[in-house]
Design a protein around this ligand. Structure first.
Ligand code: FRU
Length: 496
């Protein structure tokens, strides 16, 4: 993470002889390469972009800096899937370096129109004084996957009252026209989301801000997204500059949603409840959603955050995407489940069941570094004061710990002993209380990969996502009951 500005703002064709090969070899030899998550073959990945179902397949792009693990010249890299579980590389999607994206093809979204996938993104440019000038640009992909950029930007000016932090267009169809929300910073240095309308994705008219009850909520809102689901309106945003508040807002930047009535696009009024984080874990940012062919709302996030160092930075690659999640609104809450289709990653099932009373038991025969684990814990009636949980990626000294305090229905993920640390200055535990109506019992569904874990709690009421960097030999799993007894029931599926 210490390239010079000149090194960072180079295109692939400006690489030194052998530079890309060396980076790829370094990445290849890294013990923390993932198995079933989307990751860059080398270089740095960040936001998911252009997520869309098009031509019978899911298309997904990600922000990619090919020449190192810094945030440098961003490309869009393209991957394709028919089942949301197995992805194939489709190569570079957008190459920056034109007059309107000279310093990066930044984040954006995709929508099908006239049989073509339209990609709307922010062209990042810097002038001689290194002042940013963002442009909203358009590119079009045909059924063969060939992508052509439109010569001129479709939004060339930042509207009056906003700074040059103006980016990340997310487009959707509204009747016979299109709406687009863009992340913005007001001139008074507060964050906002603004709305544009277009009849054809080319002529965009500035409508104004989405009016929320959060006029002063961080200094910038990145990567907004808006959709309607089960009769509700949902605005996703990534506010930067929030102060930690108890268990909330512990990460360097936040990513969450406002759930409310459908947006009134004419007045831009959006009535909503409080801002809720999408993920209770450590490494989650800049998610993007799309609608599947069956109407389900799918979300993918970046399993990382800006401005932090990660243990793979010196190893030629950085970051991965989360697994796709399926969203729904239930009883006024946004629920996130692992996307249907991910079961196809499962190998042969092994199961475990036991009543543990103040003891710890290894899950014999089940261990590894890439698997899915589903576990139900039912504390006995007298065990309200007990702490129950799962330790995984355990080794001689390492362990990642998921705990459940039955009396408070509190869940915590502790990565203080997970291996190489990540940003310990932001704390090594994340926790939250889980609402829900199923008494004391709790269900966890864990997706463990070589250097990550995603924990779905209950029926998708909460998710905890974390990168972890254990020793390859730390592969154990055990269950524990402290200060009470509980019935554990678990299924384990190795990846593959
Ligand atoms: C969020 C973000 C976006 C921007 C992109 C650049 O992580 O900063 O706002 O478009 O990354 O890579």
């Amino acid at each position: 993470m210490n390239m010079t500005r000149q090194q960072k703002y180079r295109l692939i064709r400006q690489a030194e002889p052998g530079e890309l090969r060396r980076l790829a070899e370094l990445a290849d030899s890294c013990a923390w390469r993932q198995t079933y998550h989307i990751q860059p073959h080398a270089g740095l990945l960040n936001d998911p972009n252009g997520f869309a179902y098009y031509g019978g397949e899911y298309h997904l792009f990600y922000q990619w800096f090919p020449l190192g693990t810094d945030h440098g010249m961003k490309y869009w890299y393209h991957v394709v899937s028919s089942d949301l579980a197995h992805w194939r590389d489709a190569g570079i999607g957008l190459e920056p370096g034109g007059p309107y994206d000279s310093h990066g093809a930044y984040s954006g979204s995709a929508i099908e129109k006239d049989g073509l996938l339209h990609l709307m993104y922010t062209g990042n440019t810097r002038d001689g004084e290194w002042i940013r000038h963002p442009y909203q640009c358009l590119a079009v992909m045909d059924a063969n996957g060939s992508i052509v950029k439109r010569e001129l930007p479709v939004i060339a000016e930042v509207p009056e009252g906003y700074t040059d932090h103006f980016r990340d267009p997310k487009v959707w169809r509204d009747g016979d026209s299109y709406l687009c929300v863009i992340g913005a910073q007001r001139a008074d240095l507060t964050g906002a989301a603004v709305l544009y309308r277009s009849p054809d994705l080319v002529d965009w008219k500035f409508e104004g801000e989405i009016s929320t009850s959060l006029p002063d909520f961080g200094y910038m809102w990145e990567c907004p997204d808006y959709f309607e689901l089960n009769g509700a309106g949902v605005l996703l945003l990534c506010p930067q500059g929030l102060e930690p508040d108890g268990e909330r807002f512990r990460n360097v930047y936040q990513s969450g949603f406002l759930l409310g009535s459908p947006l009134n696009a004419a007045t831009r009024e959006f009535e909503h409840g409080e801002f809720v984080e999408l993920d209770r874990g450590f490494d989650f940012y800049a998610p993007q959603t799309t609608e599947g062919p069956d109407g389900r709302r799918l979300l993918v996030g970046w399993m990382g955050l800006p401005d932090l160092e990660y243990p793979t930075d010196g190893k030629g690659w950085a970051h991965c995407l989360t697994l796709p999640r399926e969203l729904s609104v239930r009883a006024g809450r946004l629920v996130q489940r692992p996307a249907a289709g991910l079961e196809s990653l499962r190998g042969e099932e092994r199961s475990f069941s036991a009543v543990l009373n103040d003891e710890r038991r290894a899950f014999e025969g089940a261990e590894g570094n890439a698997y899915e684990l589903r576990c139900t814990i039912e504390p006995s009636e007298a065990s309200g004061g007990g702490v129950f949980g799962i330790e995984f990626r355990t080794g001689e000294t390492e362990r990642t710990v998921l705990t459940y305090v039955a009396g408070r229905r509190a869940v915590a993920l502790d990565r203080s002993r997970s291996g190489a640390p990540v940003a310990p200055e932001y704390g090594t535990t994340r926790s939250c209380a889980v609402e829900g109506d199923n008494g004391r019992t709790i269900e966890f569904r864990l997706f463990v990969d070589v250097s990550s874990v995603e924990v779905f709690v209950g029926d998708g009421e909460e998710v905890f996502t974390a990168r972890i960097f254990p020793d390859p030999a730390s592969t154990g799993i055990s269950f524990f009951a402290d200060g009470g007894s509980a019935a554990f029931e678990a299924s384990y599926w190795p990846y593959g």
